[in-house]
Design a protein around this ligand. Structure first.
Ligand SMILES: NC(=O)c1ccc[n+]([C@@H]2O[C@H](COP(=O)([O-])OP(=O)(O)OC[C@H]3O[C@@H](n4cnc5c(N)ncnc54)[C@H](OP(=O)(O)O)[C@@H]3O)[C@@H](O)[C@H]2O)c1
Length: 309
């Protein structure tokens, strides 16, 4: 008889984390612990009811069979009990000032509780191939990966390119002006995966022995910029004006100048992400969807045809 793995999901109330919890529960061969933050102001910690959306998500996770545990990655003392008896920690903590220190705390607690595998909050292009400075958000992933390696905790990275759900918001589309714009020659392949499909692959990655200290690379679709424009036009029936914005070197110069005068990371970080994609530097080289043939990932054409973009 095999014992079921216990998987702790940090960031379970988040956009992706909630889907990961659902995908794990649907897969059905693991115990799922969903970690949620508690209200610090309460003398006796209780789940914070002030956030109605989170409350609904917590109720839904409970109803589907998840065990809810309280934990805040910035309060290390809450993480030891959350990680007790856990086999795999999946992090889906968002991009913020807690990404690095919070995940380091979680790694420390996981290590102390003899957790067997840690999946950090990556879900991105292959940031391992990028240099520090190429992308301010992805630098944080590099730091967390180095910490996992330093601590000797087994990890699996899940890399999916860009989330397809956000495809219409990437800097290639200027839909307000019906323009499709790109840097480079428009022929570099770009990887896209829906958040639903990413969550399903994460549910596989928790227990796949083939990915110890490796990355599971997946993509629902891979299209060049030019193919993306044509696919968008075919799926939506709208015609976009094609505009070349220059070379990849010119894109880098644009980002450097923008960053120098930026008031916030959001002024340039999406362009940094596009740089990793359009330059090919962050391209996924070993896409392994075929390992899980029961998952039929959504293509860009299918996604755009549904009219969700
Ligand atoms: N490849 C792509 O195109 C792409 C696009 C978007 C996101 N991503 C990545 O996907 C991952 C998940 O992003 P997301 O958009 O799903 O994030 P999100 O919706 O912002 O959710 C973040 C989660 O982290 C939790 N959290 C924040 N601070 C915490 C703390 N101190 N202790 C415990 N939990 C804490 C939040 O809890 P509360 O609900 O309590 O705040 C929430 O559950 C990130 O790595 C992000 O960069 C990738």
């Amino acid at each position: 008889m095999t014992t079921k793995l216990t998987v702790l999901v940090a960031g379970s109330t988040g956009m992706l984390g909630f889907k990961i919890v659902s995908a794990l529960l649907e897969k059905g061969d693991v115990n799922v612990r969903a970690m949620v933050r508690f209200c610090k102001a309460e003398a006796t910690p209780t789940l914070d009811d002030s956030n109605a959306e989170n409350r609904q998500k917590i109720d839904a996770m409970k109803a589907k069979g998840a065990i809810i545990v309280e934990g805040d990655v910035m309060q290390p003392e809450t993480l030891l009990p959350a990680c007790a008896g856990v086999d795999v920690v999946v992090s889906a903590i968002g991009n913020s000032e807690v990404t690095v220190p919070g995940q380091k705390n979680l790694i420390d607690a996981a290590k102390q509780q003899s957790v067997k595998r840690f999946i950090p909050s990556d879900y991105s292009v292959d940031y391992r191939k990028l240099d520090y400075g190429d992308n301010d958000n992805l630098d944080k992933r590099k730091e967390v990966l180095e910490y996992l390696q330093l601590k000797g905790l087994e990890y699996t990275l899940v890399l999916n390119g860009a989330f397809m759900d956000m495809i219409a918001y990437i800097p290639l589309f200027d839909l307000e002006h019906q323009i499709f714009q790109y840097w480079g020659d428009g022929e570099t392949p770009l990887d896209f995966t829906t958040t639903d499909d990413t969550a399903k692959y994460v549910a596989e990655a928790v227990s796949d022995p083939g990915f110890a200290n490796m990355a599971l690379e997946v993509a629902g679709d891979t299209l060049t910029s030019k193919q993306l424009k044509a696919t968008y036009e075919g799926a939506t029936g709208s015609k976009l004006t094609e505009k070349s914005l220059g070379s990849i070197a010119e894109m880098q110069a644009w980002i450097t100048a923008k960053k120098a005068s930026a008031s916030s990371l959001n002024d340039y970080v999406f362009h940094q992400y596009m740089y990793a994609m359009l330059s090919g530097k962050g391209k996924l080289d070993r896409i392994g969807n075929d390992r899980y043939p029961h998952i039929k990932p959504t293509t860009v054409e299918q996604f755009l045809s549904k009219g969700d973009a």
